[in-house]
Design a protein around this ligand. Structure first.
Ligand code: SF4
Ligand code: SF4
Length: 150
């Protein structure tokens, strides 16, 4: 097989894997949405995105701290997010189990350069409700707010 043929094959394989990954993420999202519908959070998200891009500058990804301290797993997580999500590593907080990424799709004007269904599901979900009893933290300037349910 020629080099060109091989790179087409690799690209097709990547698109296929990306499709499977996004599908699994959407199933996971649907499951969480169902749980929230059955057991509503005390807060709900209101407002809309102003497309300022602030939330795309420092994307926090949590990993079990013991796993994050293992260099091979850490490097795999960095590679994974680079290859499938087009993110680049900004830094890691090993004790807190957090990695901070930036996104290569973010344009200078704050808009997303990949504003379609193939972007990661966490982009669609942001800002997301995580903890049931705590009011979620709002990013200053974000067009979304969390309001208490009556
Ligand atoms: S910070 Fe809020 S308003 Fe700005 S891009 Fe993110 S979700 Fe949209
Ligand atoms: S893909 Fe778009 S919405 Fe998602 S983090 Fe990157 S710039 Fe932001």
């Amino acid at each position: 097989m020629t080099d060109a043929g091989q790179s087409v094959k690799i690209r097709q394989m990547k698109i296929f894997l990306l499709f499977i990954l996004r599908l699994l993420s959407w199933i996971d999202y649907a499951y969480r949405a169902l749980v929230r519908w059955i057991l509503p959070f005390p807060y709900r998200r209101a407002g809309r995105c102003r497309q300022c891009g602030e939330c795309c500058k420092n994307i926090l990804i949590g990993i079990e701290p013991r796993m994050l301290r293992i260099a091979a797993l850490r490097n795999f997580a960095i590679w994974w997010n680079k290859y499938f999500n087009n993110l680049y590593l900004i830094g890691s907080f090993l004790d807190d189990g957090l990695m901070v990424f930036g996104c290569n799709y973010l344009r200078d004007d704050g808009r997303c350069g990949n504003y379609n269904l193939s972007r990661p599901v966490f982009c669609f979900e942001y800002p997301r409700l995580f903890k049931y009893f705590e009011k979620p933290v709002e990013l200053p300037g974000c067009g979304f707010k969390f309001v208490a349910r009556k």
